[in-house]
Design a binder for this molecule. Sequence first.
Ligand code: ZN
Length: 411
Amino acid sequence: MNNGMTRLEKYADITVEIGLNLQKGQTLIIDAPIHASEFVQQVVKVAYDRGAKVVMVEYTDEQVLRTKYEKAPEEGLKYYPEWKAKGYEKMAEDGAALLQVFSPNPNLLKDVDPERVSMAQKAIAEALRPFKSYQISGRMNWCIAAVPSKEWAKQVFPDHSEEESMQMLWEQIFDVTRTNTEYPVQTWKDHVETMNRSVRFLNDHNFNKLHYRSKNGTRFSVELPPLHKWMCANFTSETGISYVPNIPTEEVFTVPKKGSVNGVIHSSMPLNYNGYFISGFSLTFEEGKVVDYSAEKGYEVLKSILETDEGAKYLGEIALVPHNSPISNSELVFYNTLYDENASCHVALGEGLPIALEDGPEMSREKLAEMELNESLIHVDFMIGTADLDIDGETASGEVVPIFRNGNWAF
Ligand code: ZN
C-alpha cells in the first residue's frame, strides 16, 4: 500500500499509526503552527481513514503570538479563556488523542522581554494543567512529531539558502524518522520491538551496577536503585492504547541511584543549552556528585548549570542508544532535544524521572528521595556515546554481563 505514497504521506502514516496509534471513534486534537499545515492536512486524512470521529486542529500563528508578548497589556498576558481550557479537558476526559506538531523558531523571541514571555507561558500552563495531566500521566495517547521551519532549517544548515536548507532538513527528518524506508510503518513496528527486547533484557538481568569505558577518557560506574526499571518510549495509555510519544525515539533509559556515580564522564557531542554551546567537556564524580569539571568551550555555561541547585551536580537519567542509529549516523546537531537526545548514549544532570521507578509516579517527594531519586529544577541531557563505548552490567551476585560493545548492543 506504500507504493505511490509521497514521503509526507508516509510520515503522516507513521505519526498516526505508530506515534498515536489512533483508534476508531477517537477524537484527535492537533496543536500545530500554521506553517506546518501541509503536514497537518496529511495527518487529518490519515486520521479519518483510520476511523477518527473528528479532528480538531488548533493552529498557532507565531508572529501573532510574538506580537501578543510585545504589546498586550499584562492582564491580557495573564488571560487564557476558561471555556477553552475546560473544552480541552472535556475532550481528554472523553478519550481524545493529542498530536503536537513541533517546529521551533529559534529567533521568534529574540529581543522580547523574557519576563513578559514567562508571564504569558505561565498563565497558559496553569490554565491547561488539568488537560496536560492527561498527557503527563499517560491517561491519553499522544505524540510529538517535528516539521521544519525556515529558521530552524537555517540554524542546522547555516551555509545554504533558505530553500535549500528547508529541503535538507526535510530530507534529514525523513531519514531519522525512518520515513525513507520502503514500508515505514512495519520498519517502526520492528524498531519498537527491538527497543522493547533491550528493555526486557535489562530488566530480566536486574543489574544493580553499570560500568562504562571509552577511549575518550570516559570511565565510570553507576548504581541503579532497587526499584528502577528500564523503559523505552513505547507506553500504554490508561485506556489500553500502545503509543510512541516521540517520533523519532531510539533510547532505552532508567534512573541512577543518587550518590552512586564514581569516575569521569567525557561528552561526545556539543551540548546546546538555551542556545549556548558547551563542548569538549568532562565531569568528575565522587559518590554521585560532580567534584571537578572542565570544558574546551562554554565553561561558564556549564558552571551555571551545575550551580542551579544541589541536585544539578547529580545525575537523573541514564539512556542507552546504539551508535549505529539514524540520528547518530546523520552526524548533525539538530538544536532540538527531540532529535539530539536520541543521537547516542547519554546521561542527564538533574531531576530523576519518577516513571522509571516501580510505582514512582504515585510516590511523594519524600518517598522518592528515600528511594534515592535525584531532585532538581533542571534535567539536562548530554551525549556520551562513542564508537568504542563498552558498558558492562553487574548483578547483585557479582556476575558481569556485556551490555554494549563498540558503541552498540552486545546481545
Ligand atoms: Zn533521555
